[in-house]
Ligand binder design. Structure first.
Ligand code: TEU
Ligand code: CA
Length: 556
């Protein structure tokens, strides 16, 4: 039955190849580099790797702009290197998930080169075109990377849609040939031995106005003409139909693991997508908990301090909402998000390790499949570089330009947002050793290594039994040992407590109490509001047991 699916007690590790390990000194992480580090993953105990894109790409968005879905990016290696990496994973019992980026291609993909050449080209209908309106963009949609979501194409006199960069034109999923191409390339990778896919912004593929109706404007929420548009496109009218077709045509033929990235998804939408009988994917990445430290409706850069009760309410709604009716992914980090210990925790020397372990515990003991992003298992932190030229990310650089040049914002303030939320926080190279460049490369890294590699690095973490790494290793192992972690129901306790995140897991056999202190201060447990702790046994903690058993006078 669906309850026994293998990925339910698995943990996934995400690799962002550009920043993981450079084998040849050109400063860019690569596939042989990954192959050389597989024992790190084996020691950690993860079951699955999600590999961010390694396909041929002009790298406008670091591989999320693909120009050939069946070729490996030259900087990363060859197909033979890929096969060797996959074999190394298989030997170690690690399954590989690829990144499927099919809401859009690169503008350098042959399909788009043909499509833009003339209205009569057979590939023209692979993409989404609109006539100019009053000599300008068809509507007010803003791309996620700033500026219009429409770019004019001289050769055909039309605009094409790109929800992201102009170098990432959106595919037209209404066209059955486009869907057939996608299913085909999925079979290609499955046949190589890949076990599944993480599907990039998959809930944006069905554009509402292409099914019926006219192209609407997005509501005005900010200064200037262009307005955020994801909500106008997500979970469109034919989305579930397309996903069920993909399930039938491809996924049902393999024992796979799938996760759909679904910005702006609601619990109800996630239930539809992940329902074992009527849905199509095993789980989704939802973003609600990632939006709680920005001002509502104003986008990720409008900073706001996290209120712990909001985080508890949000994660708990997802826990209860999918229990028995779908499946959650559990994540704090990925290549688009700032480092969690710097974000919801405390990365100061006094607290970094405790804080990173607390956050890991809070997430990993919930119901769902946990994802660990490279370096999270070391408690890697954000960076705060002084000026925009230190940054590489297209989203960050475009936002800075528009904010300072068109919206009149003060550079120092914009930099504060970048320090808090910029995607390069996640993309600084993996810190392997105390040596120069953290052992990531023998050359000059494409993005600077965090100075703190001198004390935060894998070598040091493996040698220290109390490290963040070994805490993650234990959490990953616990999921295999205790069925309550996989199947137990979830119940939030102390919903309004400002500093404690407390919850129960219960499968009728075993009860587990999770207590997380999000503050830097000692917190007295409100014992009358908690189940009795008499006879309870400690399972895992962010301090050695003798210290944390002494602290509260509760376990007697
Ligand atoms: O991200 C999609 C997405 O929803 C972004 O808006 C994300 O929220 C944003 O980057 C946060 O700042 C996916 C990929 O994960 C991202 O790396 C790509 O740039 C994007 O799609 C386009 O492919
Ligand atoms: Ca390299």
């Amino acid at each position: 039955s669906s309850d026994l699916r293998w990925w339910k007690n698995s943990t996934v590790y995400q690799i962002y190849p550009r920043s993981f390990c450079d084998s040849n000194g050109d400063g860019i992480g690569d596939i042989p580099g990954i192959t050389s580090k597989l024992d790190h993953l084996k020691t950690l105990g993860v079951d699955v790797v999600w590999l961010s894109p390694v396909y041929q790409s002009p790298n406008d968005d670091n591989g999320y702009d693909i120009s050939d879905y069946r070729a490996i990016m030259g900087e990363f290696g060859t197909m033979a290197d890929f096969d060797a990496m996959l074999a190394g994973m298989t030997e170690r019992g690690i399954a590989l998930m690829m990144d499927l980026v099919v809401n859009h291609t690169s503008d350098e993909h042959d399909w788009f080169r043909q499509a833009r050449s003339s209205r009569d080209n057979p590939y023209h209908d692979y993409y989404i075109w609109q006539e100019p309106v009053d000599g300008r963009e068809p509507n007010n949609w803003e791309s996620v990377f700033s500026g219009s979501a429409w770019t004019f194409n001289e050769a055909t006199g039309e605009y094409y849609l790109h929800m992201f960069s102009p170098k990432q034109p959106d595919l037209n999923w209404e066209n059955p040939q486009v869907r057939a191409e996608v299913y085909d390339l999925m079979h290609f990778w499955f046949k190589k031995g890949v076990r599944g896919f993480r599907m990039d912004v998959i809930n944006l593929i069905s554009k509402p106005w292409l099914t019926h109706g006219t192209l609407p404007d997005a509501p005005v929420v900010q200064n200037g003409f262009f307005q955020p548009a994801i909500d106008m496109v997500k979970h469109g009218p034919r989305f579930m139909e397309f996903m069920r077709e993909m399930r039938r045509e491809v996924l049902d033929h393999y024992d796979s693991i799938t996760v759909g990235e679904a910005p702006c998804a609601t619990v109800q939408e996630a239930r539809d997508i992940t329902h074992p009988e009527t849905g199509a994917l095993d789980m989704v990445f939802q973003f609600e908990h990632m939006d709680l430290d920005s001002q509502s409706g104003k986008g990720k850069w409008a900073l706001k301090a996290l209120q712990l009760p909001d985080l508890k309410a949000s994660l708990s709604r997802w826990q209860s909402g999918l229990h028995g009716q779908g499946w959650n992914s559990l994540y704090w980090n990925n290549h688009d998000q700032p480092r969690i210990v710097s974000r919801f925790g405390d990365d100061s020397p006094a607290y970094r390790e405790r804080s990173a372990k607390m956050l890991a515990t809070c997430l990993h003991l919930m119901q769902g499949t946990p994802y660990v992003y490279q370096g999270e298992e070391l408690g890697m932190t954000n960076v705060a570089w002084p000026t925009i030229d230190h940054y590489q990310d297209i989203e960050t650089r475009n936002m800075y330009r528009v904010a300072t040049q068109e919206r009149g914002q003060i550079p120092a303030r914009v930099m504060r947002s970048i320090h808090a939320k910029g995607r390069d926080n996640a993309r600084t190279p993996m810190q392997w050793t105390v040596q120069a460049q953290g052992g990531f490369t023998s050359g000059t890294p494409w993005l600077a290594v965090n100075d703190n590699h001198t004390h935060i690095n894998a070598e040091a973490a493996l040698a220290d039994p109390q490290s963040v790494f070994h805490h993650y290793r234990q959490l990953i192992a616990l999921r295999k040992q205790h069925p309550v972690l996989v199947h137990g129901r979830y119940e939030l306790l102390l919903p309004r407590h400002p500093h404690l995140f407390a919850y129960l897991r219960d499968d009728g056999q075993q009860r587990l109490l999770v207590l997380c202190n999000f503050s830097g201060q000692f917190q007295r447990l409100p014992l009358t509001e908690l189940p009795t702790l008499k006879g309870a046994e400690p399972l895992i903690g962010n301090l050695p047991f003798d210290e944390w058993q002494m602290a509260p006078d509760t376990l007697a």
